[in-house]
Design a binder for this molecule. Sequence first.
Ligand code: SAM
Length: 325
Amino acid sequence: MRLNQLSTKLGEDHMKNNETLNNWIKDPQLVNDVSGVSVLLNEHSINNYDRAQKNFYEEMNKEEDNNAKDTMIPQRNETLANRIWRAVRLPHAIAGKSSQIDFFDRYINSALRNRNGDTISILEIGTFSGTPATDLILKHVGKVKYLGVDIALTPLIKLNKKFDALDATDFHLVCDTILSDNFKESTFDLIIGRGVLHHFDREQKPVLAQQIYRLLKPGGKAIFVEPLNTNPFLIAARSLTKVARPNLIWEHPFSKNELQEFCDKFDFSNLEFRDGFRLLALPLAPLGKPYQVFSNFFANFDKIISKWKVFRPLFTKSFMVFERS
Ligand SMILES: C[S@@+](CC[C@H](N)C(=O)[O-])C[C@H]1O[C@@H](n2cnc3c(N)ncnc32)[C@H](O)[C@@H]1O
């Protein structure tokens, strides 16, 4: 069903909200509505890796409860190596979550403050079935117009049900690749993503950076939490397990040069480095409380030493801020 037909069917309230979507999408006539999610993705125009990735995340979603990326629920298409890696890093991921939430919360609130009470537009890239950032943004229903974009459709359908339940009528979801030219220029005050930029390879990253810059309004910011590929131990671990972990085919954590090239596409950038020595606490993860103590200790230690460039290669994660002036 086309968007204009849908608007007529759903009545005036929804028409008003679809106007929001029309402000972001170049040709709303191309939109197909599937269970409340706007589908623009042309599967023939994406490469084989993206198609494989899309299938992987569609399958993952089928097996998951809401936050199962952070649980032990086994997934049908996971290899044993993937499953072991998930088990090992689970407490580590949970312990690190609060600093991500603080980071996203800081910039969401700052974007709201900068607009002096006006509604702001937020784009989330690689939304999947929702992230901690989505939940933070949902706290501002009425003050935020939100667009979530992902190549996998079924997780978006799941998330859309949550939006409906919360009556978040200005929260929209589009199934498309973020690289598509279906999105209008200078549209968003804030662009957010967690674990998605590294799903673009060396050649695609500069194109992606340009696209993010193009979509930002002047004065807008883009913030991401992404893995780095600079720690020698992690590089070795990844290459040793590559064969057994098929999802690594489309994962390309940032090298030092890629990071620099990405930053150069923006008018201003700031990088915070995380998870260097904190990885030393990982073997204690099954112990619970003692792990928490060590993890916190090393997280604070990391914060201090991240100021020295010489330690940067040890870090495995970056909190990134990019600006268009
Ligand atoms: C590692 S998952 C992260 C999901 C979510 N951001 C989170 O933190 O849980 C990467 C997500 O990016 C999506 N993705 C990959 N390539 C994409 C693209 N070109 N455009 C939009 N989304 C994409 C995948 O489908 C997947 O849902």
